[in-house]
Ligand binder design. Structure first.
Ligand code: CMP
Length: 837
């Protein structure tokens, strides 16, 4: 029985080591796991070294201590693994990842299968171990730890999308490898004849089932969140319960992959939680998880690497040979995936093209980490495997981890430099110079400001801002020497502009003026603008700006649900989102104009600033256009939202004032608490007004002049026949050449009739689609919605009934149809073809 004090001392020592390794690794510019690995291995190897140099020979003191700790692989798997994976899920920006979902999923799942297969097949003939075992080893080492390569990619300013691809791939790849590991282990334990087909289908069921279960559980938890009443401690606790709960439920109850379920739950919380958990609580939650995962990862590392010398202690030359084969096979698999699988994806434009240099960097950066170690430990403690097999897997997997850490990890920066990825292109150099110049110009200005405010002497100002000015002058000189073509300079100015947009969005977030979900979308937009301007200059910026205004996937889904299943509430929510987004976007673009005139002119010169101004103005027109389209149809809602926005900004101000007063001791604590509670309790939580699409037939009918002649009874009857329909701008309502089956009355909005020779605009109160019904001929023209419209639809049989019952309306409609027909036929004198019903 271990003394509890002893266990605590060991854990304390480990925590000290872990805590010190982190800053040391940063100082040495090494990935932290490398250092932890070194420490662990040295601790484990200490007695051997001592005996080597003739010191007092003892048994493996440290290894003994740690093997005696009550930490079995069961603990690793059940305690640490869900933590690690859940955190990875919660830290992912799901919305951004969804943009690249196809390549990420494909790469992750296919890459895991390929890696496992290649390693299994390479070792099988050489190792004298059954194929399933070799495949199991393949699955153990198929997980990659992207932290190191991503840190470097961030440093060297690699394209953001590439970083996301690597991140997303590693995330799913872990889940896939663990699910595969479980399936293979199941096969071995049950001593079934291994069967590829069954194995693969089990794998997919386990993977997909786990994913769905996890997402449902994550969603379910969000329903519980309001019960926590904004208490961040309670919220965080619930997420911790979710991670473990869903893991065990998946494994024991549903028999699907627990790890994939944990990941699914983490991703669901990340995608939906931001809008349901208050911003401060959200950042507390992610920070907390960051910390938890750090402890889990580091402890796994040190504990596992302490065991390494013992595991590798009695390896013979044969094992070394096998390890070499494993290394070759693993890297070959990675190369195959990147150079073989990526090109088709690039061809179908599913992903941005990735240069060979980056592919090589990603290959070399495929470090293996804590997950591989945990899986290897799990294998060593599974008694069904037999001691020989346990040793085989443990020795090779840990050997491989150590190889990637000590060889790849330590040389990664060097390799990336050799691949030429660290050199800034002249364009990037100018970009960096300009962006810094912007920042320094701002600093100088604010120094002047402060000096003026406090009436400090001019000489002091000069003294302080001199270095900044000198730097700007030097950058200007460099820039002149570089003489980039104007196109490139414009691209750089646009990147600076998009960066500023990002800054402004972050300010909005701190001010909590916009809903977190809106801020998230705005940040995504700013990112795509930066990326667009970086990659394709003006064209890329424009394109990104246009995409920002197009209807997002969620909106399209909502519209589909409305159109084909009649679900209105979800669409109304998305419309409300859109009003909020456009409102914020308009404010941002306005502020960008100010930034353009004030700063860009100073740093990039008049001419260029003139061009960027034009681009931003163009954007403002587009945004205002989209906003006004909504405002015209829903003026009350937009007005209500604007008021709410102003009120929220006022509350922020109020809050800041109270805080300042309190901090200066001008109001006592109780009063401050009271005032704060007043704001936080009721007024700040002002819910967004409900969006009403306004599809009540009776209300809409009132807007139709053509029916104004009908008496109450007639109106009642017509109302029963009419079906409301909502359309979005640019939606095609009728297609030329189709058979006519209904006529449409415009209750609000405008449409355009697109005839071969001309376009005609129809507005509120008018109708269309009657000609095909009256003449029995196909539709004469396309009809496209110009705005959000509310239409009333009358089906063919009902239309005929309506005409029969309302002679006045019939005459009117016939007249209009006749006039339209003769207009379309021009002055060619033809016999009228519209039959009068
Ligand atoms: P239909 O032919 O059923 O489908 C296209 C519709 O466009 C047509 O009915 C009319 O309602 C409308 N349309 C066609 N020509 C004109 C026109 N000259 N002016 C206004 N509307 C028209």
């Amino acid at each position: 029985m271990l003394d509890i004090a002893f266990v605590l001392i060991v854990i304390t020592a480990l925590l000290v080591v872990v805590g010190l390794c982190q800053p040391l690794a940063a100082y040495l510019k090494l990935p932290p796991p490398v250092l932890l690995g070194v420490v662990g291995v040295s601790l484990g190897g200490f007695p051997a070294i001592m005996s080597h140099v003739g010191g007092p020979t003892q048994t493996d003191v440290f290894a003994d201590i740690f093997t005696e700790l009550p930490v079995s692989s069961g603990i690793f798997i059940y305690v640490f693994l869900p933590l690690l994976v859940f955190e990875a899920g919660i830290a992912t920006d799901v919305r951004r990842m969804l943009e690249d979902a196809a390549p990420i999923l494909l790469l992750a799942v296919v890459a895991t299968l390929i890696t496992t297969a290649m390693i299994g097949l390479a070792l099988w003939p050489l190792s004298g171990v059954p194929l399933v075992i070799c495949l199991l080893l393949g699955a153990v080492v198929a997980t990659t730890d992207p932290a190191a390569i991503i840190a470097i990619f961030r440093d060297i300013g690699a394209p953001a999308r590439l970083t996301r691809l690597v991140e997303g791939e590693a995330l799913l790849n872990d889940a896939a490898a663990i699910a595969l590991f479980a399936v293979l282990l199941g096969m071995i334990v049950s001593a079934r004849e291994p069967d590829m087909g069954i194995g693969l289908s089990e794998f997919f069921v386990s993977f997909v089932g786990g994913g769905v279960l996890g997402m449902l559980a994550g969603r379910g938890l969000l329903w519980l969140i309001p019960w926590a009443r904004d208490d961040r401690l309670a919220e965080a606790t619930l997420t911790l319960a979710l991670a473990y709960g869903v893991f065990i439920a998946a494994e024991r109850l549903f028999h699907v992959s627990g790890i994939v379920a944990v990941l699914g739950a983490g991703l669901a919380i990340s995608a939906l939680g931001r809008s349901r958990i208050a911003p401060y609580n959200w950042s507390f939650l992610t920070d907390l998880w960051d910390q938890i995962a750090f402890w889990a990862r580091s402890l796994i590392f040190v504990l596992a690497s302490i065991l390494v010398p013992r595991l590798l202690g009695d390896v013979g030359s044969h094992e070394v040979f096998l390890l070499a084969m494993l290394i070759v096979a693993a890297f070959a698999a990675r190369i195959l995936v990147l150079f073989g699988l990526m090109p088709p994806l690039e061809f179908f434009r599913l992903t941005q093209p990735i240069s060979s240099a980056y592919k090589l960097a990603i290959t070399w950066g495929g470090l293996r980490g804590a997950l591989t170690l945990v899986l290897a430990l799990a294998a060593t403690e599974n008694t069904a495997l037999g001691p020989e097999v346990q040793r085989f897997i443990a020795a090779l997997a840990t050997g491989f981890v150590m190889f990637t850490l000590f060889v790849n990890g330590t040389t990664l920066r060097l390799v990336i430099a050799l691949l030429g990825l660290t050199r800034l292109s002249p364009r990037n150099q100018v970009l960096r110079d300009r962006v810094l110049a912007l920042a320094y110009a701002e600093v100088s200005d604010s120094v002047r400001h402060v000096a003026q405010y406090h009436a400090l002497p001019q000489t002091a100002v000069e003294h302080v801002i001199e270095p900044y000015q000198a730097w700007i002058a030097a950058a200007d000189a460099r820039d002149d020497a570089e003489r980039l073509p104007e196109r490139d300079r414009l691209a750089i100015a646009l990147v600076a502009l998009a960066n500023q947009e990002r800054v402004l969005v972050l300010e909005t977030r701190t001010g909590q003026i916009a809903a977190p979900a809106t801020v998230q979308v705005l940040l995504g937009i700013a990112d795509t603008l930066v990326e667009g301007a970086r990659a394709e200059g003006r064209l890329g910026y424009r394109r990104a700006a246009e995409t920002a205004l197009s209807f997002p996937v969620a909106f399209r889904v909502a519209y589909f649900l409305y159109r084909y299943f009649g679900v209105q509430g979800y669409l109304a929510e998305r419309l409300a989102d859109r009003v909020e987004l456009l409102l914020m976007m308009r404010l941002l673009v306005d502020r960008l104009l100010g930034f353009n005139d004030e700063r860009l002119t100073a740093v990039f010169g008049e001419r260029l600033a003139e061009l960027t101004r034009e681009i931003v103005e163009h954007r403002r027109e587009d945004v205002s256009g989209a906003f006004d389209a909504l405002r015209r149809q829903y003026p009350d809602y937009v007005a209500a939202l604007e008021v709410r926005f102003l009120r929220q900004s006022a509350l922020r101000q109020e809050m800041e004032r109270y805080q300042a007063l309190f901090e200066e001791g001008l109001i006592p604590q109780e009063l401050y608490d009271d005032l704060k509670r007043g704001i936080l309790g009721t007024r700040a939580a002002e819910p967004r007004p409900r969006f009403e699409i306004g599809l009540d037939t009776h209300r809409l009918i009132e807007r139709l002049d053509i029916l104004s002649g009908l008496n109450r009874g007639q109106l009642q009857r017509v109302a029963k026949l009419l079906r409301p329909r909502f359309t979005v701008p640019n939606e095609r309502i009728l297609r030329r050449g189709d058979r006519g089956d209904a006529v449409f009355f415009i209750a609000s909005g405008a449409v355009e009739v697109r005839l071969p020779a001309q376009r005609i605009r129809l507005g509120s109160g008018e109708f269309f689609g009657e000609m095909a019904l009256l003449s029995g001929r196909p539709r004469q023209a396309d009809v496209v919605a110009l705005t959000y419209c509310r239409l009333l639809v009358l089906r063919k049989a009902d239309f005929e009934r309506f005409l029969a019952a309302n002679p006045d309306a019939r005459t009117l409609i016939n007249q209009i149809a006749q006039a339209r027909l003769s207009m379309n036929q021009g002055d060619r004198d033809r016999t009228p073809e519209v039959a009068t019903l």
